[in-house]
Design a protein around this ligand. Structure first.
Ligand code: MF3
Ligand code: CO
Length: 254
């Protein structure tokens, strides 16, 4: 399948999907504290998704067994919720969620601290979020895709961290993963020209140490090889004639 350009009507639906997803993240953020399990977060997230009449897009996607990906500390992404996995003071936890609303997808991720966290961990979370905002400075019609990738990579590396190479962002619409792939590092070339109506899930995954990752025995959980911490930040973004529109983000929310 090639890159899809969304109509005004499709964009309206994706705006709604994104607003709901921002709300889902906000509600999950409210319950994070030491002592809760990663399954508690999944349950809250799934309940909120369904309360809006949406479908949790990750559930059963390629066999993924939950609604929310909950990844703690050195887990990069795709952590499987577990009622025995209890969050501790000082942990960092990345939450990745997707909704389907009226046939259209939205995808977003946030990383939170659990209780009081170290300044080092807070910095990792902040730089990861900031790298997304550096990237979207180039999410404009007429720019080329890898200008986004380069901006993210340059900012992350200038701050002493690394971007994960094995996983990338993606186009999004009726499908969770559409073309194009959106790397967080600059490949050779400049990538496709961006056009109004494209919708992209831009999602830097940033490691404190080296970029190398591997997958645990559960076949899902991606962890850093060097066991350093990792953070994730993602929004569904619309390319317009002017400023990029963040569909899954509301000012004054996480
Ligand atoms: N947010 C992830 C992505 O962008 C999707 C999680 S994979 C799933 O690719 F299997 F958990 F759905
Ligand atoms: Co995504």
């Amino acid at each position: 399948m090639s890159v899809t350009i969304k109509s005004a009507h499709e964009i309206e639906i994706m705006r709604e999907a994104g607003k709901i997803l921002a709300e889902v993240h906000d509600e999950m953020a409210k319950i994070i504290r030491p002592g809760i399990s990663t399954m508690d977060i999944n349950r809250r997230g799934e309940d909120v998704i369904r309360s809006y009449g949406c479908i949790p897009s990750f559930l059963n996607y390629n066999g993924y067994p939950a609604a929310i990906c909950v990844s703690v500390n050195d887990e990069v992404v795709h952590g499987i919720p577990n009622k025995k996995r209890i969050l501790q003071e000082g942990d960092i936890v990345s939450l990745d969620a997707g909704v389907i609303y009226k046939g259209y997808q939205s995808d977003a991720a946030r990383t939170h601290g659990v209780g009081q966290i170290s300044p080092e961990s807070q910095r990792l979370i902040d730089i990861t979020k900031q790298s997304f905002f550096k990237g979207i400075e180039f999410a404009r019609a007429g720019r080329h895709l890898y200008e986004i990738s380069k901006a993210i990579q340059d900012f992350v590396e200038a701050n002493g961290y690394s971007v994960v190479r094995d996983l990338v962002g993606h186009g999004i619409g009726r499908e969770l993963h559409e073309e194009p792939q959106v790397p967080n590092f600059k490949p050779i070339g400049r990538g496709m020209k961006l056009r109004p109506g494209m919708t992209l899930a831009i999602e830097p995954m940033v490691n404190e140490g080296a970029y190398d990752v591997w997958v645990l025995e559960d076949d899902w959980t991606v962890v850093t090889k060097d066991e350093t911490r990792s953070a994730h930040y993602e929004n569904t973004v619309l390319i317009t004639d002017g400023e990029p529109e963040l569909l899954s983000y509301c000012e004054n929310m996480s």
